[in-house]
Design a protein around this ligand. Structure first.
Ligand code: TXA
Ligand code: MG
Length: 327
């Protein structure tokens, strides 16, 4: 049901001023980050944050990532330990979210943290996101700007495909350069733990910390990052992973030079950065190819499990998982 006209805003001074005004009025504004488009609301406004869950049709137990303009703003909201200081210095602005204790009196809506004593927070590197956060001047809660259980959007068109008529505006900042959600790390007494592999390779984090991260939880088990349901990235197509070649009734999503004949190739040269940036658009495109060719399944070439490949494989496994309701 379309309840409102979604404004499509340019990432210029006028467009960003309008977007900031809408956020201040408690409205929902989708905006580009370097990872994926976020569906933003004023993180201090409970009604606005509740609107995110309504627009996405999202189970309300998922806490949201808070986006701020810089590390100083993050320190007003969360309590940093030594590891958090080191990671923020090394990687912000950028595709890293830190899960840290909420600072008393931070003023966040309880819905943002889903009642947890911790908050996930990040400083996005995308210049449009940075300009919007500066124009707004407060914390913006934003999950990926897609209906719950669907592929994350990496263009403004993807956002409108899922949420047109359900949100006040989208700022069109072009295609996301990273294309995978942020890496989520929790720091604390037991050391730094990887809660979600993402756009910042775990190896880079381990280098900055000078020691290994504790492993991510297995997808589908009682999740510490509770939004990490196994089917969180589901395309319509049933996916078969790690295949060398397609069956007659399969669309082929390839990777690397061995898959030159694929219907679609995440990176013909086998470049993981290029593949990450292309992944979510490719999951949408294989659905379209399936519809036009009458094929209900897709096979996906193997992707090396190193660097960004770990996050790509995590998303592919979730996309291939059986689908419970919700997510
Ligand atoms: O790149 C990204 O991270 C994008 C852009 C828009 O910033 N956002 C994003 O948000 O992916 P979302 O809501 O789709 O995923 C947020 C993840 C969920 O898995 C959620 O459970 C986890 O962060 N999370 C949030 N707060 C948490 C907390 N306090 N403890 C553990 N996990 C948390
Ligand atoms: Mg999401």
């Amino acid at each position: 049901m379309n309840l409102e006209t979604t404004e499509k805003l340019r990432p210029d001074a006028d467009g960003l001023a309008r977007a900031a005004d809408l956020l201040a009025a408690g409205r929902l504004v989708a905006f580009p980050t370097e990872t994926v488009y976020g569906l933003g609301a004023d993180a201090r406004n409970a009604t606005a944050v509740a609107g995110i869950f309504a627009a996405k049709g999202r189970p309300a137990f998922n806490p949201l990532i808070v986006h701020v303009a810089d590390a100083a703003a993050a320190r007003e909201i969360a309590v940093f330990d030594t590891d958090a200081d080191r990671l923020a210095d090394a990687f912000w602005p950028g595709p890293l979210s830190l899960v840290l204790p909420v600072r008393a009196g931070a003023g966040l809506s309880e819905l943002v943290t889903a009642g947890l004593p911790t908050v996930a927070i990040r400083v996005p590197g995308n210049p449009v996101a940075a300009a919007l956060l500066n124009a707004f001047g407060g914390p913006v809660a934003a999950p990926s700007a897609n209906p719950s259980g669907r592929v994350s959007p990496t263009t403004a068109t993807h956002v409108l495909d899922g949420l047109d008529g359900k949100i006040a505006a989208v700022v069109d900042g072009g295609a996301c350069t990273v294309g995978l959600e942020s890496t989520i790390v929790a720091t604390g007494a037991d050391g730094a733990r990887l809660l979600r592999p993402g756009g910042l390779p775990a190896e880079a984090i381990e280098t900055a910390l000078g020691r290994p991260l504790a492993a991510a939880e297995t997808p589908g088990t009682a999740p510490e990052a509770p939004g990490q349901l196994a089917s969180h990235y589901a395309p319509e197509m049933a996916l078969r992973l790690d295949c060398a070649a397609p069956a007659a009734d399969e669309v082929w999503l390839g990777f690397g030079p061995a898959a030159r004949a694929a219907d679609l190739n995440l990176s013909p040269n086998g470049d993981l950065v290029e593949a990450a940036a292309a992944l979510f658009a490719a999951l949408r495109e294989i659905d379209r190819l399936g519809r036009v060719s009458g094929k209900a399944r897709a096979c996906v070439s193997p992707v090396p499990d190193t660097g960004l490949g770990r996050a790509i494989n995590d998303r592919l496994r979730r996309a291939a998982a059986p689908r419970p309701q919700g997510g």
